[in-house]
Design a binder for this molecule. Structure first.
Ligand SMILES: NC(=O)C1=CN([C@@H]2O[C@H](COP(=O)(O)OP(=O)(O)OC[C@H]3O[C@@H](n4cnc5c(N)ncnc54)[C@H](O)[C@@H]3O)[C@@H](O)[C@H]2O)C=CC1
Ligand SMILES: O=C([O-])CC(=O)C(=O)O
Length: 345
């Protein structure tokens, strides 16, 4: 993704030659429409910028309840492939969604210091419900990338809304947990003193506090200079990464720029999968049977229909096994809260 952006910034010939190397002719690069819901927000704006730089996108629809004409006019002047259109207000939501291949949802309120992600449930659950009802109507086959918190509940809400509408396909619904992976990579590289762009760390579980479980025992490149205490501290910092930003922003919201980066990486992976690029693997919170919980984040292989394979957890250290058992009750109750909300209202 970073290379895609760098190549795009250097000019379109290099990005199209990259596409050619991947087996696409410039004429046959499939048309792909991406819709961003909440596009005028703190995440939505930089995410709109990054999706405008993505050479796989041919149409970019920017939807919000306010402010999208300005964001769309601004982003539309960038000389990259996609056509940009802004849509504002519920009566334009259908047009924004129609024909979308990927819908990214960063709509909703962010945390302030002292709040948990679950404290956002009361407002964001309703927003996600209404947006998913519209997705079921206007683009039932789109891949849905859920960013709105609490992800541990909003993904189950989306699943229930799609089930009620008769459009649910578990292969097409993703909770975006990429920021946890981005943080785990950055923090690990800093501590282990290895080149950050070479680092890989799976992060499993969910997306809140102790439900975020980075698997540093599977990190690459291997670091022999980290003690058990270091691993504990890295795990805690990854779990509290969102709170670190919320506190630093001191009432002005939560992570937006790093989240836009993470959201753009995950959407890029979805587009590559749709386009048939092989071996696209990212962590995501999806319907899962790798534990007894109905939704769980783990590595997922992406393909032409969305999820191609939910990969297992692999070997865990004793510390990670303990973390896995400790996260299950909280994750289970967040999932159940989402399911109950969708079915009672
Ligand atoms: N999954 C993750 O890793 C992360 C998730 N988040 C979550 O993303 C969400 C958005 O965060 P920010 O962009 O910082 O908030 P923000 O308040 O800056 O932007 C949210 C946008 O959503 C819009 N919105 C509200 N209701 C809407 C509706 N019904 N339809 C369309 N748009 C609507 C607002 O007008 C606003 O422009 C929050 O719930 C936050 O907790 C934030 C960071 C990381
Ligand atoms: O912490 C928050 O509220 C936003 C978020 O999900 C993150 O930054 O991981």
């Amino acid at each position: 993704m970073l290379r895609s952006i760098q190549a795009t910034l250097r000019g379109s010939p290099s990005s199209s030659s990259r596409l050619l190397r991947r087996g696409f002719s410039s004429e046959s690069t499939p048309d792909r429409k991406v819709a961003v819901l909440g596009a005028a927000g703190g995440i939505g704006q930089p995410l709109a910028l990054l999706m405008k730089l993505n050479p796989f996108v041919s149409k970019l629809a920017l939807y919000d309840i306010a402010g999208t004409p300005g964001v769309a006019a601004d982003v539309s002047h960038i000389n990259t492939r996609s056509e940009v259109a802004g849509y504002m207000g519920e009566e334009q939501l259908g047009k924004a969604l129609e024909g979308s291949d990927v819908v990214i949802i960063p709509a909703g309120v962010p945390r302030k210091p002292g709040m948990t992600r679950d404290d956002l449930f009361n407002i964001n659950a309703g927003i996600v419900k209404s947006l998913c009802t519209a997705i079921a109507k206007y683009c039932p086959n789109a891949l849905v990338n859920m960013i709105s918190n609490p992800v541990n509940s909003t993904v189950p809400i989306a699943a229930e809304i799609f089930k009620k509408a008769g459009t649910y396909d578990e292969k097409k619904l993703f909770g975006v947990t990429t920021l946890d992976v981005v943080r785990a990579k950055t923090f690990y590289a800093g501590k282990a003193n290895v080149p950050v762009m070479e680092v890989n760390v799976p992060v499993v579980g969910g997306h809140a506090g102790i439900t975020i479980l980075p698997l540093f025992s599977q990190a690459s490149p291997k670091a022999n200079n980290l003690s058990d205490e270091d691993i504990k501290a890295l795990t805690k910092r990854t779990q509290d990464g969102g709170t670190e930003v919320v506190e630093a922003k001191a009432g002005k919201g939560s992570a937006t720029l790093s989240m836009a980066y993470a959201g753009a990486i995950f959407a890029d992976a979805c587009l590559k999968g749709l386009n048939g690029v092989p071996d696209v693997v990212e962590c995501s919170f999806v319907q899962s049977s790798i534990t007894e919980l109905p939704f769980f984040a783990s590595k997922v292989r992406l393909g032409k229909n969305g999820v191609e394979e939910v990969l297992g957890l692999g070997p865990l250290s004793d510390f990670e096994k303990q973390g896995l058992e400790s996260l299950k009750p909280e994750l289970k109750s967040s999932i159940e809260k989402g399911i109950m909300f969708a079915n009672q209202s």
